[in-house]
Design a protein around this ligand. Structure first.
Ligand code: HEM
Length: 407
């Protein structure tokens, strides 16, 4: 029997439920007609990110390439070809540039927050703010509808419904728009923006990327940065669970621990996958060559053997605990420079920490709304996106307030 329906019905809980039913260990599955094995745990991370075990070419389903990642992106490359393209991302997304991005995003937040009046949907507002910041940082002109198109790419990758078709249409528009930027950058050599870097990146054979592929990779910088808006909404949700933490977020080290706990606790990327390079075995289970191998990200981030009381939101667990290569894996595991682990993790932590501190300092009420987060929806989000009503100095508190954002 195929397990695709079970996945669609149970979302993030699908793999952990199956693992529990088997008493732990690898879970053999059949997904959309393909044999698959789902793994979890630090040993599984090491196994999965070994190129002698798992390849990415030919592993990404078309609906994912047609929405979230784009075709011919770094996600689908292996070996030397992958490392060369990956170096482009790692050099762009780590180091001094991170602080510049944070400055652009926080300036956009401060500017926008000054004008928030009445009910404000935090996830949408954070998407606009981050879009403005990352556009300024990369040299991409911001414009009407850009934030909405970028979030549509993320929102529509794991559904067959209208959200998926919205994502496909958005990808078409965005790739055309970004390919035109790449072509323009090629008419003016010598620029130093991310657009220029993508436009002038050369493959191992010395050729420039086709403009569409350069556009895909430029989108692979901008789209996931804007996706940090999901974590901003989750952070606001976390503050409803632990309002007493709010004053402690003024401390940057504690705010960073809070950010890691947001990334661990809340559901975003459910799992990653590739194909077995050879006939393999893991944990006593045979993995045939060519079959799918999945790494359960959300399951591992809620594994009680790694995280005591995994369903309690406890930033304290990250105080003084460095984030290593194989335990906390909301953005993949292993070494981002050589494997497929997300190269944007430093950016995610830096931007989110800065925005979490601003959120904690914002005086707001939460009007009646649905703050529920369904584990069946991928990607999950607080149902109403977290509506906040900023309090203005001297203003009378909204009579509609159900809960105060302040402790
Ligand atoms: C919203 C927060 C983010 C989440 C949850 C996230 C999650 C992920 C995950 C799960 C992967 C796949 C890892 C794998 O295949 O093993 C990935 C890869 C990637 N991410 Fe992120 N990411 C985030 C932010 C970012 C940011 C801010 C950037 C860039 C600015 C970025 C750029 C990329 C790229 C280029 C890859 C492909 C890496 C490769 O295949 O070698 N991500 N991310």
């Amino acid at each position: 029997m195929d397990d695709a329906l079970d996945l669609a019905l149970n979302g993030y809980a699908f793999l952990p439920d199956r693992r529990r039913a088997r008493g732990g260990g690898p879970v053999p599955l059949r997904l959309a007609g393909l044999r698959a094995t789902a793994l979890c745990g630090p040993d599984a991370v090491r196994f999965f990110y070994d190129e002698a075990h798992v390849r990415r070419s030919g592993a990404l389903p078309e609906p994912l390439r047609g929405t979230l990642f784009g075709k011919d992106s770094v996600h689908s490359l292996d070996g030397a070809h992958h490392r060369r393209r990956k170096h482009l991302f790692v050099s762009l997304l780590t180091g001094d540039g991170v602080g510049d991005l944070v400055r652009h995003v926080t300036a956009a937040w401060d500017d926008a927050a000054a004008g928030w009046d009445g009910p404000t949907v935090l996830i949408d507002e954070a998407a606009r703010v981050v879009t403005r910041g990352v556009c300024a940082w990369t040299g991409v002109p911001d414009g009407p509808g850009l934030a909405r198109d970028l979030t549509s790419l993320v929102d529509g990758f794991a559904t067959a419904g209208p959200r998926h078709w919205r994502a496909r249409r958005a990808r078409g528009r965005l790739e055309r728009r970004f390919a035109a930027l790449v072509e323009r950058a090629r008419e003016h050599p010598g620029g130093t923006t991310a657009v220029d870097t993508m436009a002038w990146h050369r493959e191992a054979d010395g050729r420039l990327l086709p403009p569409r592929v350069a556009a895909v990779e430029l989108l692979n910088v901008i789209r996931p940065t804007v996706a940090i808006c999901w974590f901003v909404a989750f952070a606001a949700h976390a503050l409803t669970l632990r309002p007493e933490l709010r004053p402690r977020l003024a401390d940057e080290a504690f705010a960073t621990a809070f950010t890691h706990e947001v990334r661990r606790f809340y559901p975003f990327a459910p799992f990653v996958g590739g194909r077995a390079v050879a006939d393999l075995e893991f944990g006593g289970v045979a993995i045939p060559r060519g079959s799918m191998v999945l790494l359960d990200l959300w399951g591992q981030n809620h594994d009680a053997t790694l995280w005591p009381e995994p369903f309690a939101f406890r930033p304290e667990r990250f105080v003084g605990r460095p984030v290593g290569a194989t335990e906390l894996i909301p953005q993949g595991g292993g070494d981002p420079r050589t494997g497929h682990r997300c190269p944007g993790e430093q950016i995610t932590v830096a931007v989110l920490t800065a925005l979490v501190r601003r959120l904690a300092a914002l005086d707001y009420d939460l009007p009646p709304q649905d703050l529920g987060i369904s584990l069946r929806r991928i990607p999950a989000r607080p149902a109403d996106g977290v509506v906040v009503v900023p309090r203005r100095a001297g203003a009378v508190t909204s009579s509609r307030s159900a809960a105060s954002g302040r402790s």
